[in-house]
Design a protein around this ligand. Sequence first.
Ligand code: NAI
Length: 765
Amino acid sequence: MNAVARISAAAGVERIGLRRAVVIGAGSMGGGIAAQLANAGIAVDLLDVPGSDPASRNDPAQKGVERQLKVGGFMTPAAAGIVRPGNIADDMPRLAEADWIVEAIVEEVGAKRALYRQIDAVRKKGSLVSSNTSTILREALLDGMPREFASDFVITHFFNPPRVMQLVEIVSGDENPAAIIGTARDYCETALGKTTVDCRDTPGFIANRIGCYALAVAAIEAIRQGVSVEEADAVMMALGAPRTGVFGVLDLIGLDLIPHVWGSLMSALPGADDLQNFDLPGTKLVQDLLAAGRLGRKSGEGFYRLTPQKTKQALDLATQDYRDARPFDLRQLPGDGKDLAALLESDERLGRYAWTVFANLVGYVDRIADDISLDRSDIDRAMILGYGWSQGPVALARRYDGARLAARFTAEGRALPARLLETAPVRAGRGTTAPALSIASLREQGKAVVENEAASLWDMGEGIACLQLHTKLNSFAPAVFSVLEASLEHVRSSFSGLVLGNDDPRAFSAGADLRAFLGMIERKDWVALDAYIEEGQDLFLRMKYAPFPVVAAAHGLALGGGCEFMLHCDAIVAHAELNAGLPETKVGIIPGWGGGTQLLRRAALNPSVPRGPAANAAAVFDVIWRAAVSTSALDARGLGMLVPADRIVMNRAHLLGAARSFAMELARNYVAPERASIAVAGRSGYLSLTNSVRASRNLGQISDADVAIAEALAGALTGGDTAAAHLDETQIMTLERKACVGLAKLPATAARIEHMLKTGKPLRN
Ligand code: NAI
């Protein structure tokens, strides 16, 4: 379907008063931050230096926009349309309009300070100015700047790429009023969807300070202790690092950045800082690799390389020769890589290595914790969200038996990490935003209203209930239906609205249980299959026409039956990163629980789709036939799954709260929708949809089985042979159900489902 022409501001953005932003510096970070602002529907200017060609002075900024289009910074290409490129020679007056000015230019203190003077001359009084610096102290950036500027200035340190990485470190100072720090947090959290942590103004802030130290210790100790690159990567993973471990991540960052990143951090830190004892840039091996141009992935070889035959090789840290990589399974580690105590206490080589890294890291973080953070819990949050660790160093220290740790630290003459082991960390900071509404917080308050092994109904407060699925990827096991049915009764009698949602980071719902579906096909139990589809349709329609509003809090995967569940709601509040779709054709069937019908309904509500039954059917056919899955909520809007009245939330943690608010708004004076009557395209619509499919068949591009799917889908979406101009939605749903059962009877379908279950990939037959 058409791309969205206009992107309205994401939910909550109006409340925080961010109407216009300017980003200066259109490189990978500035371009990415501007793209994320545009994704939230915020008008943004992206300025860079003027281009050398007087006819195209905005070229450098324009290139930044184009780069973001290429690397996926925009959630829909249309978002690029609300980034206005410009240059700092001609367009500084635009700053007068901006509520937020983000500086993301080269990492040079002089250049940044000069720019701040230009900014201060034109900016609106009270506007927030922030720098994305990764290494320069706030205090140094502000040297010579007036106090009024300093009071509106903080560091907002994003991670690369800004759309994907969850962390923003905020560094403020004594001159900042609490309100301006709150504004910075709101802009980063509500508008850009990030999680913020407060950092003190120290070199590397939190994540890079600890991350650089951990990598330096892990690399240098591996070299010293004769641990291979694969072994070191595995041990680091067991301690919480992502799959790339230590050497894999150095290859990814690029070895050429080691002198710059680690070097600048070391020179900014005092001589007594323990990082000085782990001098990564000064390590002979690193210097040899740099001299040989072995820079990691960007040069094709570093600690690992791929041979021309695409086999992986690893560097022997002692001889600097490459040899075939030895895949290292975490289960080869003492304690299977799961039992931390067994790993740390093992007297084997890798156990001793793990202990050295652990003890140094824990000791270091304990010494610097209060210098770098206002709240120790921010340390773990920063490492998890900024470095992709599965757990932070504070949690790591506490996972090991406290008495054993104390005994070994004492025996080795190390200072006890008393701060990290304290059970209740003291909050010294300014207080973060109120905890978000979540299923976990509801569980703390009490028991579910209705519950079985597959789903639970919770009281969210304010008269709204929340139905949470908790099967594998929250898919529709039969047990979900009984809770859904009971929930509809409960909400009718005791609540004024229902939200569908959960805390799962991956899925709203990945759909129907394919295995159950396949079982019925294998037993040729067509009656049961038909009844199973009908039961889903019936429940979804009862939910849709219930006398209370239902709001889906959709996020992550909303596929197949999960997407149909969402499409039957009165309204959808979607997290910006929504992957919604009806990919049933990939397993040889069409959506059975009314997905096509509800998309037809929504097409009529969507102004970006040309009206008229033939055009609507064609648009819906295209989405289902291609098995399109949205890459974002904005994309889902373009696909016709979301309509303009639905809302988009940038911050995943705000989703359930926003859905509850929406349900409360709808509950005032709520009347159930009228039964839907849908204009259908009939026989001529059917023929026009299937003609092009048959042409593809004649060209050999698709199989007979594909044609059967297309015909079944086209038949349902156009009303088939009907002569009526309108059909009741249940009539179309009956057509969908019959078509779905008909397809299930074809041998090609069972083969497709089996293949998908086995390989996770579609079968072409
Ligand atoms: P980059 O080199 O990709 O882009 C910098 C851009 O700023 C260039 O387009 C350049 O033309 C422009 N520029 C330079 N001087 C300017 C001026 N006076 N006025 C306007 N534009 C100017 O750099 P990148 O990587 O985007 O970094 C930008 C900032 O973000 C730096 O402070 C860096 O330390 C920080 N940072 C970088 C991260 C990364 O992974 N690349 C991560 C976090 C922070």
